[in-house]
Design a protein around this ligand. Structure first.
Ligand code: AMP
Length: 404
């Protein structure tokens, strides 16, 4: 089955065309700078062997998707003969609130529910919906499926997902923890289980998704029981530009002392904090690490804070699950930074981790064990692939639809 997977952001669209029977990626690319000067599409095919850039005015998501579809069927750069070859479309949707605990076929009712979720993710859900509306206009007969970042975490118990604010605020405004990166946490947990020959329903796994954004999840018997991101993706770990956990009293204090308005306060915790805020160097882990190696003390401090926060969560989630069997690293930092993995795993022998530094240095590009074979707690690096999960979910839902 041929499935297009779309990840629509505010000014960009990542796309991948999958043949889910392989599974293999037929083509992929990125529509950039939508509605800005310099908008363009970077289109890759044949595993990146061919990389073409198309420049031109792209005013909105619909015109970006129209342009991208034109490339997919073009004689010179295309990979399909006609749109009839496209069997389904899968969308990454950031916030599904409490309404969705798995991927769903997008119907008018689902769209109405997604519109209701906009207030929970005002930056993310509108572009996701733009992609859905655009595809509805451009390929009206092709079924669409939504896969939610929040869905996997819907199994968290109430005592883990509630904030200790007045209960009425939860009922009235949906103030609670939802968690994000669910597609990634679920995928790497399943990969880890199949790699180790473990049954997910009899396992205690901690998955550390460390990228520009980061979150960590406690997965007990295959289900998310706690995760570090909350109602929004600012809570939890120290991230590239986000602060993570914070005393909530700091915000009103700063808003008063610095006369910050709501937008500035929001920008402060989302864009000027985390690695960039502490180091003053960069939000990019590679650059912060390089600066620390060159003796920049604030870069070293940022790294120490980054590692420490994750170690703290690993301890907490081990307690939550009554132990841990597997710790998984994923995301740009988790998959590539041997230093971050080694620093985070330091002195965890008391937990049953026998870390293998040599294997850690070698792990790259594929699932790898970085603890010794006899380590009671297995430590793995697992490359994430959220697009593949969305493509698989989409194919399964559409196959079912075709049967009925
Ligand atoms: P992601 O958001 O998953 O694409 O991850 C982006 C983050 O991964 C950035 O902070 C990058 O600096 C980091 N990253 C990518 N490659 C490496 C590497 N080889 N070593 C350290 N960090 C890396």
């Amino acid at each position: 089955m041929k499935v297009i997977v779309l990840n629509c952001g505010s000014s960009s669209i990542k796309y991948q065309l999958f043949d889910t029977d392989g599974p293999k990626v037929i083509a992929k690319g990125l529509v950039e700078k939508i509605g800005m000067n310099g908008s363009r599409i970077r289109h890759e095919k044949q595993n990146g062997k061919e990389d073409v850039v198309f420049e031109g005015e792209i005013l909105d998501h619909q015109s970006g998707i129209e342009y991208m579809l034109g490339i997919l069927i073009s004689k010179k750069h295309g990979c399909i003969k006609s749109f009839n070859e496209i069997d389904a479309i899968g969308h990454r949707v950031v916030h599904g609130g409490e309404k969705f605990n798995s991927s769903v076929l997008i119907t008018s009712e689902v769209i109405a529910m997604l519109e209701e979720c906009i207030s929970l993710a005002p930056l993310h859900n509108p572009p996701n919906l733009s992609g859905i509306y655009a595809m509805k206009n451009l390929l009206p007969h092709v079924p669409q499926v939504g896969a939610f970042d929040t869905a996997f975490h819907q199994t968290m118990p109430d005592y883990a997902y509630l904030y200790a604010l007045p209960y009425s605020l939860y009922k009235q405004h949906g103030i609670r923890r939802y968690g994000f990166h669910g597609t990634s946490h679920k995928f790497v947990m399943q990969q880890a289980c199949s790699f180790l020959g473990l049954a997910p329903e009899q396992s205690r796994i901690i998955t550390c998704h460390m990228g520009n954004g980061g979150s960590i999840t406690a997965i007990l018997n295959g289900q998310s029981v706690d995760t570090s991101m909350g109602m929004t993706p600012v809570e939890g770990l120290v991230m590239g530009t986000r602060c993570g956990d914070l005393d909530p009293g700091i915000l009103p204090y700063l808003m008063q002392r610095e006369e910050l308005n709501i937008n500035t306060a929001n920008t402060l915790i989302n864009k000027h904090s985390g690695l960039i805020g502490i180091s003053g160097v960069s939000s990019d882990m590679r650059e912060v690490t390089a600066a620390a190696k060159n003796g920049n003390e604030r870069a070293s401090l940022a790294l120490n804070m980054f590692y420490y926060r994750i170690r703290k969560y690993i301890g907490a989630y081990t307690a939550v699950m009554g132990g841990v069997d597997v710790i998984v690293f994923t995301g740009g930092i988790g998959e590539n930074s041997t230093l971050a993995r080694a620093e985070i795993m330091k002195d965890f022998e008391f937990l049953g981790v026998d870390f293998d530094p040599a294997k850690n240095e070698q792990a790259r590009g594929e699932t790898a064990l970085i603890s010794t074979p006899s380590s009671r707690v297995k430590v793995l690096v697992v490359p994430t692939n959220e697009e593949l999960v969305i493509a698989r979910d989409t194919a399964a839902i559409v196959r079912q639809l075709n049967k009925s």
